[in-house]
Design a binder for this molecule. Structure first.
Ligand SMILES: Cc1cc2nc3c(=O)[nH]c(=O)nc-3n(C[C@H](O)[C@H](O)[C@H](O)COP(=O)(O)OP(=O)(O)OC[C@H]3O[C@@H](n4cnc5c(N)ncnc54)[C@H](O)[C@@H]3O)c2cc1C
Length: 383
């Protein structure tokens, strides 16, 4: 379902995105899910169609349209049931690119942004480590001075979205292990450098063609020009950029719920049992009414947060509410919809099963629901 009163130009952009996904993604998606990865060329296809990093300013190759156009791309991927791709594209366009737009030097912007826009380069961001997920400050990856103004990075990361395809990874590392959060810095790591290696693409219970990898850094030398922003300010930058990431995850959650509801409404009209249609049973009617309401209320809040973000006014606690509420709703709706499909819903032949398994991680990455509640509570009650 299209948003009520969508501006005409954005509606045209949405139609274009849907057409590209119908022709370039839909026919192949099952095969990609089987293979466990999408082809690298798909990034070029999206770049040529003008679907990557669309809010990057024109000076750096982007279209320079407002943020809500970028949401359209991820949301249509999620609504159409391509949850893994939605995650991959969101990380590239809505997480990695903004770090460059907002923090990078002119030289770094000129070097990376046009490539991210065209799909020539795929972007990733590596914060999580085997021993440091929610507790990011426990990270052990280190970046030590190399004596020439550059750094030597050692360590490993895990669960990194776009890890297999990434040409550039924003790596969070400790430049001063004794300084806690103030000892973390960010680096734009070119993955062609010696000392960088990728582990396997991780097997997951959902988002099967999603690119999610371990990364390793072994005496990886980066020049001084790889430092993003100022040394020791990495944690501040992460905290500044997280609201957008959380809002986008929430927006994808709403879009995926919309897709699941559409599938279920259609199925309820087809399936017959006890001499009547599934949609005529009161339980079906009530469940769909409940889930549609749940979706609509969350979508309204997401729309408000998109407006706040666009005005530069979205705070961390409100973004956490958006992620927490919308992803919990997505999982409730995916589960409720699957139930209405009966046994067929449990088979991979029916796309509702993918909506269910793809949804689960949304409550985990980008900060778990529990961490979101902690952020919200802190804003109200203090520490
Ligand atoms: C598919 C996928 C893609 C990902 N992509 C990326 C990526 O691109 N880049 C990246 O850096 N990371 C990525 N991640 C990592 C993700 O952000 C982490 O998995 C997440 O932050 C949780 O960390 P953890 O897995 O170490 O769990 P832990 O932090 O070990 O959490 C374990 C449990 O403790 C709970 N918990 C944690 N803190 C608190 C608290 N204060 N109070 C109460 N309970 C708490 C958690 O909610 C959870 O239930 C990805 C993960 C997945 C699965």
């Amino acid at each position: 379902m299209k948003p009520i009163r969508e501006p005409e130009e954005r509606a045209m952009f949405r139609d274009m995105v849907v057409k590209v996904l119908e022709s370039q993604v839909q026919p192949h998606y099952d095969a990609w899910d089987e293979e466990g990865i999408v082809p690298r060329e798909l990034w070029r296809t999206f770049g040529e169609a003008g679907m990557l990093c669309v809010d990057v300013p024109e000076a750096y190759g982007g279209v320079g349209v407002p943020f809500d156009y970028s949401i359209v791309v991820g949301a249509e991927l999620a609504r159409m049931g391509f949850g893994a791709l939605a995650t991959n594209v969101m990380v590239h366009s809505d997480i990695v690119a903004p770090y460059l737009t907002n923090i990078a030097s002119e030289e770094q912007k000129q070097h990376w942004l046009p490539k991210l826009v065209s799909g020539e380069a795929v972007g990733a961001i590596a914060m999580t480590e085997p021993g440091a997920g929610s507790d990011l400050q426990a990270m052990r990856t280190s970046a030590k001075p190399d004596g020439d103004g550059g750094y030597i990075i050692n360590g490993s990361k895990t669960f990194i979205t776009n890890g297999q395809h990434a040409d550039m990874v924003i790596v969070a590392a400790k430049t001063d292990p004794s300084a806690g959060a103030r000892g973390i810095s960010l680096f734009l790591v070119d993955t062609s450098l010696p000392g960088f290696s990728r582990g396997r693409n991780l097997d997951k219970i959902g988002q099967h063609c999603g690119d999610t990898s371990e990364l390793f850094f072994e005496d990886l030398r980066v020049p001084a020009s790889a430092l993003l922003g100022e040394e020791g300010k990495g944690f501040v930058y992460l905290m500044t950029e997280l609201p957008r990431e959380r809002l986008v995850i929430g927006a994808l959650g709403c879009a995926a719920a919309r897709g699941a509801l559409d599938l279920t409404i259609a199925y309820a009209d087809e399936r017959e049992l006890f001499g009547q249609k599934l949609k005529q049973l009161q339980n079906t009617r009530f469940r769909i009414a409940e889930m549609e309401t749940d979706y609509r209320v969350n979508q309204a809040f997401i729309n408000e947060c998109i407006e706040q973000y666009s005005a530069g006014e979205l705070d961390a606690a409100t973004a956490s509410m958006a992620k927490y509420s919308a992803t919990e709703m997505q999982c409730r709706v995916a589960d409720g919809c699957l139930q209405l499909f009966g046994g067929y819903g449990y088979t991979t032949e029916y796309p509702i099963s993918r909506a269910f398994t793809d949804a689960r991680v949304q409550r985990i990455y980008g900060g778990t629901s529990e961490v979101m509640k902690e952020v919200i509570a802190r804003s109200l009650l203090g520490k």
